[in-house]
Design a protein around this ligand. Sequence first.
Ligand code: URA
Ligand code: SF4
Length: 212
Amino acid sequence: MERTEHRADATPFLPARRDLRALRAAAAACRGCHLHAPATQTVFGAGLKRSRVMMVGEMPGDREDLAGHPFVGPAGRELDKALAATGIDRRDVYITNVVKHFKFEERGKRRIHQTPKRFEMDACLPWLRAELAAVGPEVLVLLGATAGKALIGPSFKLGAVRGRPVASDLAALVTATAHPSAILRAPDDESRRAARRDFTSDLGAVAAFLAR
Ligand code: URA
Ligand code: SF4
């Protein structure tokens, strides 16, 4: 176990060709870290090479693990609502995660999401970097602190940059907003509405950039 942790790295599994189709096929067989073993399958990014926007979440959840596609569960529904409200076409969005296998703890019949550790994020990062290189989006949207820490750096703080452009050369515009699952975790209706409004407003800035 100890040995696996030290060596965790997806790099040896990356294909020579780096187009999305080849990357997706190779990622399906990734054994770069221990997370592949209990999970159902690799959940690679979804979307077209010509997407103008790339959105990066944390890690697939229970539904995504079973479906094999990112953001198809409750968090995905929140995201879809915000995209519809701001007029961003989902076909313009390539959506992916920092970590490509679902990490969970079994509690009875339920599988409870576990936040990925730094070494797991680092192990999986070569896939995300390859997706970024293949798509070359105009706008990169970091959905939550995990994506920010993975792509900007460990000292990334969402509160400090939310709603403003992030200094980064990863795309013409790099922005950070909350993870849509934060809306689902809101303790009451009022804070849920506020979280939804803030999230939609952050995506509204992306829509304005695309329309400029
Ligand atoms: N949360 C994420 O970060 N990614 C998904 O794909 C689903 C939920
Ligand atoms: Fe490979 Fe990432 Fe899955 Fe680990 S989580 S096995 S690095 S695809």
